[in-house]
Design a binder for this molecule. Structure first.
Ligand SMILES: Nc1nc2c(ncn2[C@@H]2O[C@H](COP(=O)(O)OP(=O)(O)OP(=O)(O)O)[C@@H](O)[C@H]2O)c(=O)[nH]1
Ligand SMILES: [Mg+2]
Length: 420
């Protein structure tokens, strides 16, 4: 009888133990299943916990259609790196102080997969923690696939604008015959893009109109991104905020000499502008960076404008707009093949004080065929860079970055001599 009671008590104990175990398992924080996201056709879009999406199409004051697809994802840190810290300045000066800034990309629908690669890198290295907006501009309407893919990649809001014809066509004062003969001649001389009409519209648009598009009017700062570029290092602080805090208006990562055949008379137009508008020339300008003889000739140095972080108010200022319009009237975008890189660079060098132009050593960048890989191993390790320092263009003979350092009396990063 006694043995029977003990056995009975043991059964009860086991039962209580079992109930406790089942209770603990059911209330523990094991990973939970999240319903996968699917598009309207039921296609799998990923398992994005906390993601939401909203599409709004509106018309602005000038009648341009603006499609805005908003996606939002929770930020997650990249793989930790305790030796060098994880996010550096991110926690102190990061997302809490969001600037009035946007990424901007001019692209065709056919550029989709190339721009997708660029966006992925910009997001992984920087924007996943900041969620800045992205403005896409095109001379044709963006198609649904372009909008769907890009808006799924950008962690901020995306906006899609169609450029109006007067910003992407021959102005009335251009002699079409003369422009055609130039293209034929450049084609024969095998000058890159020399026979292209659309490339010329692109250069003129980037020189004088991108910052005045209705969608861009909402912002004060921009970061230009082109298809197929790479970012090799973490950007763990906000460059827009850096620009504002340090009174910068224009920035670059790569500089070089322009192909002279594309700009034979650009400097003549610039000299005429300087004579007509002495009031626009900054007191402490960087003329010495772009001219070796006090302004008589152009040495062809320019900042490579496929990467730019800059101030839109400056580009929209009377000084810059007068500068662009003076050049545009002379017709060199069509009678030659003036690029937006020398135009922005000459504008920044003459209209801004030296101290307002910044070189971002810590933003590692590639656009075919040049690389900017930060000089200094400490920086590269801290920022988890994946560029080969051997490819760094900064101190090579065809770069103007050394001149920029000399003019601004900046100390070159340790080890620069070995990268010459
Ligand atoms: N919408 C539109 N965008 C263009 C057109 N041509 C060029 N672009 C964009 O303008 C920017 C500059 O054009 P690219 O072809 O990259 O010119 P590039 O950098 O001088 O030359 P690459 O060495 O070929 O990259 C890129 O963002 C292009 O996507 C065009 O005809 N229409
Ligand atoms: Mg390009």
């Amino acid at each position: 009888m006694a043995t029977g009671n003990v056995r009975y008590a043991r059964y009860i104990l086991f039962a209580i133990f079992g109930i406790i175990v089942i209770y603990l398992i059911s209330t523990s924080s094991l990973p939970t299943y999240t319903e996968p996201l699917r598009d309207s056709a039921g296609k799998y879009l990923g398992n994005l916990k906390g993601a939401h999406e909203e599409t709004v199409t509106t018309t602005d004051a000038s009648g341009d259609v603006i499609t805005q697809i908003t996606t939002g994802l929770a930020a997650e840190p990249t793989s930790p790196n305790p030796q060098y810290g994880t996010h550096g300045d991110l926690t102190s000066s990061g997302p809490s102080e969001k600037m009035n800034a946007t990424f901007v990309t001019l692209a065709r629908n056919t550029d989709l997969w190339e721009i997708a690669r660029s966006i992925r890198q910009v997001e992984d290295r920087f924007n996943r923690n900041y969620h800045y907006d992205w403005v896409f501009l095109n001379d044709k309407p963006f198609d649904e696939t372009f909008k769907k893919v890009t808006s799924s990649l950008v962690s901020g809001k995306t906006h899609y604008g169609e450029i109006k014809e007067e910003h992407w066509s021959f102005p009335s004062w251009i002699d079409q015959d003369k422009a055609r003969k130039v293209r034929e001649d450049m084609a024969q001389r095998k000058i890159i893009y020399g026979d292209s009409i659309s490339y010329r519209h692109m250069c003129r648009f980037e020189s004088g109109f991108f910052f005045r598009q209705p969608l861009m009017m909402n912002y004060e700062w921009y970061w230009r991104v082109e298809p197929s570029v790479e970012l090799f290092c973490d950007v763990n602080y906000d460059p827009f905020k850096f620009m504002r805090d340090n009174k910068k208006k224009y920035s670059f990562v790569i500089s070089l000499y322009e192909y002279v055949e594309t700009i034979p008379t650009l400097w003549d137009s610039v000299k005429k502008f300087m004579k007509n508008h002495p009031e626009h020339i900054a007191k402490d300008n960087s003329l010495a960076l772009i001219s070796d003889d006090g302004g008589d000739t152009y040495n062809k140095c320019h900042f490579w404008s496929n990467f730019e972080i800059g101030n839109l108010e400056w580009l929209r200022s009377k000084q810059y707009v007068d500068f662009f319009e003076a050049l545009d009237k002379d017709g060199g975008f069509f009678y030659e093949r003036w690029g937006d890189a020398p135009v922005h660079s000459i504008g920044a060098s003459l209209l801004l004080d030296k101290s307002e132009i910044h070189f971002f050593n810590d933003i590692a960048y590639y656009h075919v065929p040049f690389t900017h890989c930060p000089t200094g191993e400490e920086t590269r390790l801290k920022l988890k860079c994946h560029c080969d320092p051997k490819n760094n263009f900064d101190w090579k003979g065809y770069s103007c970055t050394s001149r920029f350092f000399d003019l601004n009396k900046l100390e070159k990063p340790a080890g620069w001599e070995k990268e010459q």
